[in-house]
Design a protein around this ligand. Structure first.
Ligand code: UD1
Length: 421
């Protein structure tokens, strides 16, 4: 067991370098199953979820080697795969569901335990299931397992009710070797979708409309393994941008693409920050108390729900009041009770939160309830007076490789504390 102790008050100054996005690499690992042979992914973040996905792929028959110093994962995929993803792995990580499409495509069947994962709402699978059914799969739930069978997936036109990231990825991975043409309308457009689509094109898939809300796939017979560089993590980038603003510091984020974060960086500029954009980096600096900014989370290119807790932390110490609207995950405001322990004034009503900025926060013990809530609490702890102890930091480690060490390099006073309980 580990907790993090932060003494607030330091101004963060310096550079941090991003690696690849958690929300991309886990899906790229699943997509590797589509092609027998060795796929190599680089810029892989050193986070627990990569190891869980590695164990899942190993259980399915692949060999996975994670070379941490090289930030690379090599996946050797056999001709024959097992098609069952067991509860003990799937419950640890919701992204396990991303093996559904590839297994159905490769084996004609998939048995996947219903996922657990982040504690941020109900997160249904109905769009994954409806889309696969349209492509000819028979899907049922038996004894806690999603069972899908399709000897040959057939191309179809699928209109998603909502541009779900997970459903778009599942259907894309199922469609690339289906018979004929698949059209996914109202598809998600996140940079991580673009990344997986580009990787599959490199593997030999025929996909057009990448980066738009209509994806058209012409099924091909076989795919080839590839080497692919994971797109950098825009949510980690955004978290560092808020860290600069909240501590009135100056942080340059390297290997970051500002165009993936346009709304979030614009909000920081509205809050009073200076944002300098370069080819593959950006710098955020702040020299006054921030002004409160209203936030509405939406699918990309809207404001990302995964940066909502970090911006609530920022608004908690900003001048004025702000309204934050969460449109993706109903339980994402749960962490405001923890933020209140630091003295934040946040009132929630359904999917709205009213944040009244305070002149300061005061350090206290708090608990991370999910990855991004944990990041929000760390940011609040950086400016709270005295010591903030963050418990359940294993959630944060799932999304932020080496966050404590990066914070120390930037000048924060933060330590990892190990407990025996
Ligand atoms: C992914 C990201 C997560 C991010 C989210 C939205 C990963 C591992 N996680 O999650 O960090 O916050 O995108 O950007 O990539 N829904 C349904 N039925 C479905 C599918 C989704 O009702 O079949 C609902 C969900 O309950 C949720 C909303 O749609 O309310 C968004 O879900 P989705 O876009 O699929 O997010 P994830 O892929 O789960």
């Amino acid at each position: 067991m580990e907790s993090w102790e932060i003494v607030g008050g330091a101004r963060l100054v310096g550079e941090v370098r991003l690696t690849g996005a958690k929300n991309s690499v886990l899906k790229l690992m699943a997509a590797a199953l589509l092609a027998p042979g060795r796929t190599v992914l680089t810029e892989v973040p050193d986070i627990l979820d990569v190891d869980i996905m590695g164990q899942l792929l190993t259980r399915l028959g692949a060999q996975v080697v994670h070379d941490r110093p090289a930030r690379a994962v090599a996946i050797d995929v056999p001709d024959q795969l097992d098609h069952r993803a067991d509860y003990d792995l799937v419950r640890r990580m919701r992204a396990s569901i991303s093996v559904l499409g590839p297994l159905l495509a490769r084996c004609g069947e998939a048995d996947i335990a219903l996922p657990g994962g982040d504690n941020i709402g109900s997160r249904g699978l109905d769009m994954h299931i409806a889309g696969l059914e349209r492509m000819g799969a028979q899907v049922s739930v038996q004894h806690g397992y999603l069972q899908a069978v399709a000897r040959q997936l057939r191309g179809s036109t699928i209109w998603l009710d909502f541009p779900s990231v997970g459903a778009t990825e599942s259907l894309l991975m199922a469609a690339v070797t289906a018979e004929g043409r698949t059209v996914i309308d109202n598809a998600a457009r996140e940079p991580e979708i673009v990344d997986i689509a580009n990787m599959m094109v490199q593997m030999g898939a025929q996909i057009s409309g990448i980066g738009t809300s209509t994806l058209t796939v012409e099924g091909v017979d076989v795919l080839q393994p590839v080497h692919h560089v994971t797109v950098s993590d825009r949510i980690v980038a955004g978290t560092w941008a808020v860290a600069a603003a909240i501590t009135q510091g100056e942080i340059t984020v390297i290997n970051a693409f500002a165009e993936h974060l346009e709304i979030a960086l614009d909000k920081l500029a509205t809050a009073g920050a200076h944002v300098d954009v370069h080819a593959d980096s950006f710098t955020v600096s702040m020299d006054t108390r921030p002004k409160s900014v209203d936030i509405v989370t939406l699918p990309y290119p809207g404001f990302p729900t995964d940066l909502q807790p970090q911006f609530i932390a920022l608004n908690a110490i900003s001048l004025g009041a702000s309204l934050v609207t969460e449109n993706l995950f109903e339980a994402r405001f749960r962490f405001v009770h923890e933020l209140a322990r630091l003295g934040a004034d946040v009132q929630t009503e359904g999917h709205h939160a009213l944040v009244r900025g305070q002149p300061g926060l005061s350090g206290a013990p708090v608990e991370a309830t999910d990855i991004r809530a944990g990041a929000g609490l760390v940011l609040a702890g950086l400016v709270a007076d005295g010591v903030t102890t963050i418990h359940e930091v294993h959630h944060i480690d799932r999304g932020y490789a080496g966050m404590v060490e990066d914070l120390q390099r930037l000048g924060a006073t933060i330590e990892r504390v190990r407990h025996s309980d």
